[in-house]
Ligand binder design. Structure first.
Ligand SMILES: CNc1nc2cc3c(=O)[nH]c(N)nc3c(CCc3ccccc3)c2[nH]1
Length: 373
């Protein structure tokens, strides 16, 4: 715990890094998986459980929270940490990505984005300054700049326009954020799948001397190899002494390969969203509990896990709950999936400390490939 924001490297193994982000509200062990708590809750979980599984930080979402309950109301209620009873760090996205993907986007120009709420259809305008103001009202510890994430495939002209505007918005967000010692504002590298635009974006953002940087514009439907190439291209021009957050990633395989390239922080709705729909992540790969083959399988998901959802419940029961659309089904699979993701991250951190990350990665991928016994 420190009064300021500090990132320290503890060990490296090839390009993989083991580090720690220290903030007043707590320390984030990296590589870190950050569960997504979009509207102030990690769906189907108690936050005490999320903490027990090893999460040092969760994510909140400016877009959702600005629509409901509203940032001024959250501030009147004592800020997000008080409201949701999570005293540890929270990272909030700026809302740009969600506006593009969730709302009826009405206008996007130099001033910001104008959109219709998917909650009640009301019109909202969000400028870079307003996004930072909202994240401040939420008392967010790590605030993201407002940016424009272009869905791929897109024309080079379109990708360049969005990247250059995101750079101008980064400068405006830096001014609006000012100097908040115990908090951080991260820049977001854009540039789509075009190397020289990625390079320009990363170098310009490095010049702003921000406390951390995200790689944006990926995990938007591109093939894994395109994503991995863009990570290599982008990291080559990012400062090595600052945390690197790959937004929206990913599957366990995505995360292993991204850690190997130098990524420190991840977020993904996969373990929570797919858990609610019956998908279980295990050491032996994925299992879709909706499938009838599990109807009388009395085995648990993983008898060696120390998570009760993985160790104590039969696949037959999980299958039944998912088919019956019972809340407990999504609760147990979300619990299992977040346990698996955090155990994987803990294994990654330990492997880097011990200089055996390459072996860990190969062993983990082999076990997935071996499939379910
Ligand atoms: C699933 N793939 C995915 N790719 C993304 C790219 C971007 C991007 O280029 N810019 C921004 N600002 N966010 C992105 C996000 C959202 C991540 C998030 C969700 C919830 C809470 C907090 C943070 C992405 N998510």
């Amino acid at each position: 715990m420190t009064e300021t924001f500090q990132f320290k490297l503890i060990a490296t193994d090839g390009k993989a890094r083991r580090g720690e982000v220290s903030m007043p509200r707590g320390t984030i062990r990296t590589p870190a998986f950050m569960p997504v708590g979009t509207v102030g809750t990690v769906k189907a979980m108690y936050l005490d459980q999320v903490r027990e599984l090893g999460a040092d930080i969760i994510l909140g979402n400016t877009y959702h929270l600005m629509l409901r309950p509203g940032p001024e109301r959250v501030a009147r209620l004592g800020g997000l940490h008080e409201l949701i009873r999570w005293p540890h760090p929270i990272l909030t996205d700026s809302g740009g990505f969600q506006v593009m993907s969730l709302s009826g986007l009405r206008k996007l120009d130099e001033q910001g984005v104008t959109f219709k709420s998917h909650v009640d259809g009301a019109l909202h305008h969000m400028s870079p300054e307003r996004s930072i103001e909202i994240q401040g009202l939420l008392d967010s510890d790590i605030q993201m700049q407002l940016d424009e994430c272009v869905a791929l495939p897109a024309s080079p002209k379109e990708i360049e326009r969005a990247m250059e505007m995101s750079l101008r918005w980064a400068e405006r967000c830096k001014v609006a954020f000012g100097d908040q010692p115990g908090k951080a504002m991260f820049g977001i590298v854009q540039g789509g799948d075009i190397p020289h635009l990625r390079e320009r974006s990363a170098q310009a953002l490095a010049g702003l001397n921000l406390k951390g940087y995200a790689i944006g514009g990926l995990a938007v439907g591109e093939p894994q190899e395109v994503m991995l190439d863009m990570i290599d291209t982008t990291i080559a021009h990012m400062p090595s002494e600052k945390p690197r957050y790959l937004m929206g990633v990913g599957t366990p395989d995505d995360m292993l390969k991204s850690v190997a390239r130098g990524i420190d922080m991840f977020d993904c709705v996969m373990p929570t969203r797919s858990g609610r729909h019956g998908l279980a992540f295990t050491r032996r790969g994925r299992i879709n509990l909706r499938n009838a083959r599990h109807a009388e399988d009395m085995r648990p998901l993983d008898e060696e896990s120390n998570c009760p959802a993985a160790r104590d419940y039969s696949r037959a029961y999980l299958h039944h709950l998912i088919r019956a659309n019972e809340s407990l089904g999504g609760m147990l699979l979300t619990w299992n999936n977040l346990a698996y993701y955090q155990d994987l991250m803990a294994g990654i951190r330990k492997a880097i400390e011990e200089g055996r990350f390459a072996d860990f990665m190969a062993e983990t991928q082999e076990e997935w490939a071996r499939g379910d016994l």
